[in-house]
Ligand binder design. Structure first.
Ligand code: 13P
Length: 341
C-alpha cells in the first residue's frame, strides 16, 4: 500500500523531531572532511554516515527523516545492512537529494539556476524503490545589492523549477521538500533579507499553485530572516523570530503542514536559539522544525575526526544537538539546557 503524501509530510514534522540533512554532495563532504583532516573515500563517507544513523538516542527520539545523497542511499553498512534499513529501523524516513546543483544562470552574472529536471521522473521512480519517501531540491538565491543580484529572472526560473520538481515528486508518491535558500553570505541587512525572502516565497507559492502541487503533501525548507554575514551585524533570536514569522504569515499558506529550516552557516547554538524563539512565539499555523546539515553535524564531525575510538563520543555529540533542536522545535529549549551537554 502506498502511503499518503499528507501522512508522510506530517511524520516529517512530528512533535519534537526534525530532519537530518546528510545529503552533502561528494564535493561538499570532502570540504567538511578536510576540516577534520579525514580523507574523503567511499568507505570513510560510509563509516561517518553509518555512525550517525546508528546513533539511536538521536535518531529514535529527535530525527523524523534523513536526506541522503545518491551514493549513500545505495550504500551498505560495514556489516552489510543497507544504510536505508538502519534509518528505517530507527523509525526515521529516508529521503533523497535530487537536484543536480546550482549553475550560473546565462545572461545574469551572479545568479544561479538549479538543474536536474531532465530524467527526474525516472530517477524518482528508482529512488522510491530504494526506499525514499521524500526528496529535496535546493534553489540558491544570493544577495548582492551592488550587482542587482538576485534578478527577478533568477527568482522566477528557480521557483518554476521547484514547482516542476514538486509535481514530479508527488506523482511518484514522494513528498517534496522545496528549498529556496536565500543565502546569508552577503553584506545585506536584515530588512533586505526579509524583502528578498518575501518576493521569493510569493513567487514560489504562485508557481506551486500553477503546477497544481498538493500543499498538504509538501514541506517548505527556507532560510531564516537574518542579516548577511558580511554586514557586521547580528540580530537577536527575538528579532529573527519576529521578522521570519512576519514573512511566513505574509506568504506561506496554512495548508503547508510544516516548515523545516536550513541552518545556512549559522553557528549550532544560533540555529537552535532562533528556532526556539519562533516556536516560543506561537501559536502558528504550521509546525516549525529543523532540517539542519552543518548545525547538526559540525559537533559530531569534530568529535569523530575519522577515528573508530571516537564513534561513541561523536554519537553523543550528535544526540546532544538533536535533542537541543528537538526542544527548540517545541519552544522548550534554554541556554541552561545547552550547558548540561
Ligand atoms: P545547512 O543546514 O548546513 O545549511 O544544510 C541544510 C541543507 O540541506 C542545505 O541544502
Amino acid at each position: 500500500m502506498t502511503e499518503r503524501l499528507e501522512d508522510i509530510a506530517l511524520a516529517m514534522v512530528a512533535d519534537g523531531k526534525g530532519i537530518l540533512a546528510a545529503d552533502e554532495s561528494s564535493g561538499t563532504i570532502k570540504k567538511r572532511f578536510d576540516a577534520i583532516k579525514v580523507e574523503s573515500t567511499e568507505e570513510s563517507r560510509r563509516d561517518y554516515r553509518e555512525l550517525m544513523f546508528r546513533a539511536d538516542d538521536a535518531m529514535k527520539n529527535h530525527i523524523s527523516g534523513v536526506i541522503l545523497y545518491d551514493e549513500t542511499i545505495r550504500q551498505k553498512a560495514a556489516d552489510g545492512t543497507p544504510l536505508v534499513d538502519i534509518i528505517k529501523a530507527a523509525g526515521a524516513i529516508p529521503g533523497i537529494k535530487v537536484d543536480a546543483g546550482a549553475k550560473p544562470l546565462a545572461g545574469f552574472p551572479g545568479d544561479t539556476i538549479t538543474e536536474g529536471l531532465d530524467g527526474l521522473r525516472e530517477r524518482l521512480a528508482e529512488y522510491y524503490k530504494l526506499g525514499a519517501r521524500f526528496a529535496k531540491w535546493r534553489a540558491v538565491i544570493d544577495i548582492n545589492e551592488e550587482e542587482n543580484v538576485p534578478s527577478a529572472t533568477a527568482i522566477d526560473a528557480n521557483c518554476h523549477a521547484l514547482a516542476r520538481y514538486a509535481a514530479l515528486c508527488q506523482e511518484a508518491g514522494i513528498v517534496p521538500i522545496v528549498e529556496p535558500e536565500v543565502l546569508m553570505d552577503g553584506a545585506h541587512d536584515i530588512d533586505t533579507c526579509y524583502e528578498v525572502t518575501k518576493v521569493t516565497l510569493l513567487q514560489l507559492f504562485s508557481e506551486l499553485y500553477a503546477a497544481d502541487v498538493n500543499l498538504a503533501g509538501t514541506i517548505l525548507k527556507p532560510n531564516m530572516v537574518i542579516p548577511g554575514k558580511k554586514s557586521g551585524t547580528k540580530a537577536s533570536p527575538e528579532q529573527v523570530a519576529e521578522m521570519t514569522l512576519k514573512v511566513f504569515r505574509e506568504t506561506v499558506p496554512a495548508a503547508i503542514p510544516g516548515i523545516a529550516f536550513l541552518s545556512g552557516g549559522q553557528s549550532d547554538e544560533e540555529a537552535t536559539a532562533n528556532l526556539n524563539a519562533m516556536n516560543a512565539a506561537g501559536p502558528l499555523p504550521w509546525k516549525l522544525t529543523f532540517s539542519y546539515g552543518r548545525a547538526l553535524q559540525a559537533a559530531p564531525q569534530k568529535a569523530w575526526a575519522g577515528k573508530k575510538d571516537n564513534v561513541t563520543a561523536a554519537q553523543k555529540a550528535f544526540a546532544h544537538r538533536a535533542r537541543m533542536n528537538g526542544l527548540a522545535a517545541q519552544g522548550k529549549w534554554s541556554p541552561d539546557l545547552e550547558k548540561q551537554g
